[in-house]
Design a protein around this ligand. Sequence first.
Ligand code: AMP
Length: 294
Amino acid sequence: MKIIRRPEAMVAWSETLRREGVTIGFVPTMGALHEGHRSLIRAGRLRSDALVVSVFVNPTQFGPGEDLARYPRMPDRDHALCRTEGVDVCFEPTVDAMYPKGYQTVVTVSKIAQRWEGERRPHHFQGVATVVTKLFGIVQPHLAMFGQKDYQQAMLVRRLVQDLNLGVKIAVCPTVREPDGLAMSSRNIYLSEEERTIAPLLYKSLKAGGEAIRKGVIEAAAVQNTMAAVLKQEPRFTIEYLAVCDPLTLEPLAQVTSKAILLGAVRLGSVRLIDNLIVSPPRKRCGKEAMEIG
Ligand code: AMP
């Protein structure tokens, strides 16, 4: 496996492969790789000839007072995982190489970035959209893998690629979870032992909301109450949002009559957890079935 640090060297590598007709898959990450990242890497490996993983803790997507300085960095472990999974290139640019003196361009995706994470983390999605656009320009992938874990981010990237005609296919891979349901995240290491034991309650609350929908509850407010009731069992949680949304636009729904996404964000001590669940309401009986039953 090659480790490339200079963007120009990365561009040259990709251009050579593209000229040879090789399809390039890409998994952008901030490192501290875990099983969630591994699943993206495996999905990319299956679907492309050559695979690039980037490890870049992008400062522009962190707000003031967020965890940029303490974000876990473990390059040796990351390289070992990438080697085991047959990654061809680990692209690890420096902050100065990505944002050199004189840098002044940002990418803003307007509507889909406004609510939920965008509201709680101003400028976060501008940082994400900018770095993803830059990374796509440098790596020039045919296909890029993103995790459902960061659902709003994945939808924003899809929008960005479509709006700017970037020509990269976006695959969204399912969330990988710990055995107790907690979504894997590089930030889970911030949880104390005690916080770790109650953290899976966020997913439990989403599942309770999903169960209500599957049983025929239609009103989004009732679904939200069901989710909140689960989290309120544990006073150490502060709910940031529990939302029932359209899965493409992420606009809140008043009623669930077709596929929906449940989004949740909570604070647990100093740690922020996010998770989501895609749900579908029970299928309506069609007239024929109803007649047969009658
Ligand atoms: P990060 O390193 O946290 O920026 O994440 C890099 C990519 O991995 C993003 O597309 C994430 O959505 C994805 N990812 C993070 N955690 C998980 C998980 N538990 N399951 C699947 N994908 C994940």
